[in-house]
Design a protein around this ligand. Structure first.
Ligand SMILES: Nc1ncnc2c1ncn2[C@@H]1O[C@H](COP(=O)(O)OP(=O)(O)OP(=O)(O)O)[C@@H](O)[C@H]1O
Ligand code: SF4
Ligand SMILES: [Mg+2]
Length: 321
């Protein structure tokens, strides 16, 4: 089936202040998300997740690469078609307080995007509130009268008002209490099932996404270094960076007496141009070739990995005979 959205070789640089060169935020990322599918993108702070999310939602212009919507390149689309794509793509940010105007009631906030477009939605505000698990009486309240979890539900209801096909969820539960995170993730899963929504879900934390993702892409310094079915990435990570991320999650390493809660070391600056693998400075498996040559993407079993020495490569080759 044609994916809802396909990103091909997207790239984005930002100019540094004072003409001090350029910073590479996203460096040739390709991925696709189908209807009813959740693609989770994980990686450390600053690796380019939000920049990629904004390019996917067409809020940030890409330097190069292409976005295809239902198989059609957006670069060739008419203004009208592009407006439709924009309506069908809604983005939910980390902080619901910042996303909602303090001067609008919940009802006004949900109706706002429809008013701006001069149209009515397929569902009433009461139906939308019900869909996100809020009582209709909440419609008269202001954001300050709601909890963080309730505010994020309002943001989701407002996104649903435009009948989207894709939700770009940029750390949607990171600002919420741990007890509320699971509730909001469950709500998102229910909505996805009911409406066949495609999700591009961004998170720092592999533990947050592992239970809801179909596919996981692990991003490091602007590139996806490993991608594949969620279960495979979590249970058999091939890239040393994915292995480091997994080892830092206590829930994934129950047998270990001391669990590394933090990921070791820092990534190089995104303003540097590196000759070899961007992970070499932190990698215990690095060899001479890693410092000289950037690893190309290669298939190992059902995952694609950018590493000269991925785990399990020999075993997978044997299986293929
Ligand atoms: N508008 C901007 N101007 C200049 N540099 C930017 C801009 N936005 C992001 N950057 C830089 O681009 C890189 C990628 O940032 P981005 O926000 O996409 O990362 P992220 O993975 O979402 O990080 P976080 O997990 O902290 O949200 C970072 O080095 C960041 O400082
Ligand atoms: S290419 Fe080399 S340095 Fe990079 S992750 Fe693989 S083993 Fe480590
Ligand atoms: Mg971000």
């Amino acid at each position: 089936m044609t994916p809802v959205i396909e990103l091909s070789e997207l790239a984005k640089q930002y100019a540094l202040p004072g003409g001090a060169g350029r910073l590479t935020a996203v460096d040739g990322v390709s991925l696709s998300v189908g209807a009813g599918e959740t693609y989770a993108l994980v990686g450390e702070s600053g690796c380019g997740k939000s920049t990629l999310a904004r390019m996917a939602a067409m809020l940030v212009a890409r330097d190069s690469g292409e976005v295809r919507w239902s198989g059609q390149p957006v670069s060739g689309m008419s203004r009208r078609a592009l407006r439709k794509v924009r309506d069908h793509t809604q983005i939910v940010f980390q902080d619901p307080a910042a996303a909602l105007s303090p001067r609008l009631t919940v009802t006004q906030a949900i109706e706002e995007p429809l008013h701006i477009r001069g149209r009515t939605g397929s569902r009433s505000v009461a139906e939308l509130l019900d869909a996100v698990g809020l009582d209709a009486s909440m419609g008269a309240r202001y954001p300050r009268e709601l909890s963080g979890g309730q505010r994020q539900r309002v943001v989701v209801a407002r996104a649903l008002a435009l009948d989207p096909k894709l939700l770009v969820l940029d750390e949607p539960v990171a600002s919420l209490d741990v007890s509320v995170q699971a509730q909001v993730l469950n709500l998102l899963a229910d909505l996805q099932e009911a409406h066949g929504l495609a999700y591009l879900l961004i998170a720092h934390d592999l533990a947050v996404v592992s239970s809801v993702a179909d596919r996981i892409g692990v991003m490091y310094l602007g590139r996806i270094v490993e991608e594949g079915p969620a279960e495979e990435i979590v249970t058999r990570p091939r890239h040393p960076y994915t292995q480091m991320l997994i080892a830092s999650v206590p829930a994934f390493a129950p047998g270990q007496r001391t669990v590394r809660r933090t990921v070791l070391g820092d990534p190089p600056s995104p303003t540097e141009r590196l000759a070899g693998c961007a992970f070499a400075s932190r990698c215990a498996s690095a060899t001479a070739v890693c410092r000289e040559e950037a690893p190309a993407a290669r298939a190992v079993g059902s995952v694609v990995v950018r590493c000269h020495h991925p785990s399990g490569a020999d075993e997978a080759a044997e299986r293929l005979g």
